[in-house]
Design a protein around this ligand. Sequence first.
Ligand SMILES: Nc1ncnc2c1ncn2[C@@H]1O[C@H](COP(=O)(O)OP(=O)(O)OP(=O)(O)O)[C@@H](O)[C@H]1O
Ligand SMILES: [Mg+2]
Length: 451
Amino acid sequence: MSQILLVDDDASFLCVYSEILETNGHTVQTATSGQACLDLLQKEFFEIVVIDMLMPEMNGIELLRHLRHDYPHMMVLVLTGEGSISNAVEAMELGAFTYMVKPVEIETLLHNIRRAEEFYRLSSENTSLRSKLSHRDTSPTLVGHSSYIRNMIEDIQQIAPASSSVLITGESGTGKEVIVDMIHSASPRCKGPLVKVNCGALSESLLESELFGYEKGAFTGATARKIGYFELSSGGTLFLDEIGDLPLHLQHKLLRVLQEKCFARVGSTKSIYSDFRLICATNKDLKEEISAGSFREDLYYRLNVIRLITSPLREHPEDIPDLVQHFLTFYAQEMNKKPVELLPAAMELLQQYSWPGNVREVKNLCERLMVFARGGCVDADAIRTRLGEDCGKPAEEPSGTLRDADDQFQASFLAKRLEEQHWNISRTAQLLGISRKTLQLKIKQYQLKPL
Ligand SMILES: Nc1ncnc2c1ncn2[C@@H]1O[C@H](COP(=O)(O)OP(=O)(O)OP(=O)(O)O)[C@@H](O)[C@H]1O
Ligand SMILES: [Mg+2]
């Protein structure tokens, strides 16, 4: 069921047809002129707009041009008189979804609305599918039976139906992104797009143009208009990951978008309405960032309407066997192998380990175990080999000069941090407090490679 806007200068048409659509479960608003339609769109979100071609002042074609330009994802259906089919042809060329000849049969209108809904749903699913495909995990579930996991799932179910902003904080690898997927798919916005943006991975200017979009010619290189993430996520969820890395001037701009629910593309002053639910995540302590002057306090309070805090795995070790089992089965299926079995001593070792990389580290270990699996059982020694010296076994003493010892330590330390971060160079460099360039030089120097 959709949010529909009917635009016609004929008030009796609006009255009759809005009632029919409402009886069929849609939410309907009406506007009696092109300008009234544009004004309403600045304040509210609609998936479908039905416009009459023959209106005084701004006619349907003019209105359609505005709509295609400012709201390219909206489905526009046009109504024409019997004698003005050429108008309909022009409207279709401008990107109208379909046209209907007045007087419109109720069945025809409902049928076309259903088709438009289906089309809208599929294109939104494509947007969120594209965003999901760039991340390997698609199943939004938190595995585990601890009271922490059970409470978190309960909280997610409670907050999913609302549209309030959510701030998720917690260490790296603790499932913040899984929680975002779960909130979106349990929310009424699940058929809309879920757009994910990593604020730490893009340069400041790129991030701004990705978020806001831009007009053709807005800056050198802007050869065509681009629709930004604020606009793409309308009707769905916008996930700003690593929000602690958002540059200060964009923090100010984001605050304004949240206050006004409107924004303008770069190179334009026209304000565009967008209806997205915002979820942000960070593994930084935002309070500390505020004290250090690198995060705006007013933005923090805007984001922190609902707060979810993920727990490091060392604080709920009772979930480790479930997680191990889950990932072993997952990779066994993916690699078309039989899942390996862990001997009790091996599992015990895993439960004693501190998992600095949290669940991501469990997942990586399971992947490694399955890659090297030759059938049979895995014992504690095999686990030690795959986990490295962190796990129960004292590290081998480095030999040679102090320089050699330092090199050995750095090579193993960097390899581990890179594995935990899935070889995301920017993120690892940031965690380590060094530049990307320095990290890349060290990777080369120590000949580090993904496991
Ligand atoms: N409880 C869980 N059950 C199943 N899988 C989980 C769980 N927690 C995390 N994962 C998996 O672990 C990996 C890391 O989780 P996720 O990406 O959500 O972490 P994160 O908190 O966003 O980390 P970062 O701060 O580094 O971005 C993902 O592959 C995710 O699917
Ligand atoms: Mg994450």
